[in-house]
Write a protein that binds this ligand. Structure first.
Ligand SMILES: Nc1ncnc2c1ncn2[C@@H]1O[C@H](COP(=O)(O)OP(=O)(O)OP(=O)(O)O)[C@@H](O)[C@H]1O
Length: 538
């Protein structure tokens, strides 16, 4: 039996101990009023103590086991959600806001826990408690048993239907509003410097306030509606008490208390079910949002049977079309022999970055073919292509950790000598060695303690460390002054001919230095291929 099942067994036992405590107490009080010799009461007295103490102990064990099981399940669910994000990014997460994704991975996954702990467990406990209490009362008086069981069953059915319906009607979409709020906050943190510069912080504040208000109002109405479930439970048990009391005339006085208090003993498990039903809509919404993420389109699909990765790394791009929802550039041809360098140019929006992502196997080609070492990339595992073709994004992420850990993302087992060598290739080794903490220097959030050029070089070193044979660099000299750009370009070009290099750029200086250009057309028009300098092969 699983830990969760054991936890529920202890939960049921704890609830039965609570019910037994009330019913034995009722018997004891009435029997004691008859003043029998105290020995007649001893078993009941000991039972009251036993049930009183065991209830707390059983509840503790139940919490321990069910929470342990739920936390293990949540860990699995969180890892699965990360995997889904990894699988679908970047194309599959387009259109979703970062904060909303964070909210899905963090708070929606708690819904998995809620379903196990706060929805299913109360139902299991209530069903067994009702069955046991009904049987006990029926043994004393079958008609009363029928009333107790009927009232409790009716209360559960009503609560199951009414409470989720009422919560849904109130328009509660806590998960959605929580996602919006998280998205506003994360967006605000990222955009803070620009918003302050434009004096536009008020806009963001208003948007966050709207999300907070909607979330608070959804939670308030859920809390208000929780009362409906409890009202149903109290009315049903109240009626059962009145009916059973009316029917108890023929019973022995000591049993009257037991039978009459039986419906009251069921209030606790029934109320727990009412509370659980109040959570059902938000749990279902959160599960739906997670399922959406799991079903999101894979950015790049692996073939059913992948061919083994080629050792050659020449690239042959043939009539390639790239795009997201629509095609943004088409008719792209390029032959890049091993060790060659080419620049990709074109007006803004012409699809240069999209092409870079497509070549790096992060976005699926829309038409045409890309061959790596003579093998069509769609016949290769995406991970194999990515280990050969490395991509440096325009706004590559630098993690809020040390230089060493930032580099080790590309090669977890790299030694310090390997790291320094890669830094050397990226022109950053002297700088790092001059730092008091060297490789252990913390770079701050998104590399805020580094200059723009140092950040780019750190990312370049990471790429070099990855051992890729083809490097796709998206605007590597963007945001750098002329001198820094020129120096970085020297280091980039020095990586060839060991590696092939594709540089996306707007910079005329880079275009002149590289000499060979693949030019994309204007957005909406087919690509106009034009070459400059040594155009051979493009
Ligand atoms: N993640 C995305 N999801 C959907 N569409 C996108 C995405 N990224 C870019 N696009 C669209 O693809 C088109 C081409 O964008 P891309 O970034 O490739 O152009 P670019 O030539 O690199 O532009 P720039 O020189 O300004 O960086 C644009 O119209 C853009 O709206």
């Amino acid at each position: 039996m699983t830990r969760l099942a054991w936890g529920r067994v202890f939960g049921v036992l704890s609830q039965l101990a609570a019910i037994a405590l009330l019913l034995v107490s009722a018997w004891l009080i009435v029997r004691a009023a008859e003043q029998p010799p105290v020995l007649y009461l001893m078993v009941a007295i000991v039972s009251v103590r036993f049930f009183g103490l065991s209830r707390a102990g059983l509840r503790y064990v139940e919490r321990l086991l069910t929470h342990d099981a739920a936390l293990a399940r949540v860990t699995e669910a969180r890892v699965a959600a990360y995997r889904d994000l990894d699988r679908v990014a970047p194309a599959g997460v387009t259109g979703r806001r970062r904060g909303d994704l964070v909210s899905r991975v963090v708070s929606d996954i708690d819904a998995v826990q809620d379903r196990m702990l706060r929805l299913r467990s109360p139902w299991v406990v209530a069903l067994v408690s009702i069955a046991a209490t009904t049987v006990l009362v029926a043994v004393i008086d079958p008609a009363s048993g029928l009333v107790v069981g009927g009232a409790a069953g009716a209360a559960m059915a009503l609560v199951r239907v009414i409470v989720p319906w009422a919560v849904r009607r109130s328009g509660d979409d806590s998960s959605g509003w929580r996602g919006d709020l998280a998205a506003d906050v994360s967006h605000g943190v990222i955009a803070a410097p620009d918003l302050v510069a434009y004096g536009a912080t008020e806009l963001l504040r208003e948007s966050a306030h709207r999300s907070i208000d909607r979330l608070a109002s959804a939670q308030r109405s859920t809390a208000r509606l929780a009362g409906i479930g409890e009202a149903v439970v109290l009315v049903a048990t109240g009626i059962a008490v009145a009916v059973v009391a009316g029917m108890s005339a023929g019973l022995a006085p000591v049993l009257v208390g037991v039978v009459v208090l039986a419906p009251i003993a069921l209030i606790e498990p029934l109320t727990a079910v009412a509370d659980a039903e109040g959570l059902r809509p938000s749990i279902e919404d959160a599960e739906r949002r997670l399922a959406e993420l799991a079903d999101a389109r894979e950015a790049v699909a692996d073939p059913v049977v992948a061919r083994s990765a080629p050792t050659a790394f020449a690239l042959d791009v043939d009539a390639l079309a790239v795009g997201w929802t629509d095609i943004v550039a088409s008719g792209i041809d390029l032959v890049l022999a091993e060790g060659e360098v080419v620049a990709v140019a074109g007006p803004s929006g012409s699809g240069k970055s999209t092409l870079a992502l497509t070549l790096s196997r992060l976005v699926e080609p829309r038409a045409g073919a890309v061959r790596l070492g003579g093998v069509e990339v769609r016949e290769l595992a995406a991970a194999d292509v990515r280990s050969t073709i490395g991509y440096l994004a325009q706004d590559e992420i630098v993690f809020d950790t040390t230089i060493r850990e930032n580099l080790r993302i590309a090669a977890p087992s790299a030694s310090d000598a390997d790291l320094l060598e890669a830094l050397g290739r990226a022109g950053l080794a002297d700088f790092v060695e001059s730092l008091p903490d060297g490789l252990d220097t913390a770079v701050g959030e998104r590399g805020s303690r580094l200059s723009g050029g140092e950040r780019q070089r750190l990312c370049l070193a990471r790429l070099v460390l990855g051992g890729h044979r083809v490097l796709v660099l998206d605007e590597p000299t963007e945001h750098l002054d002329e001198e820094a750009a020129e120096a970085l370009l020297d280091d980039v070009l020095a990586l060839s001919p060991e590696r092939s290099i594709i540089v996306v750029t707007h910079s005329p200086r880079v275009l002149d230095r590289v000499g060979r250009t693949l030019e994309l057309g204007c957005p909406g028009r087919p690509v106009g291929r034009r070459t400059r300098g040594q155009a051979a092969g493009v």
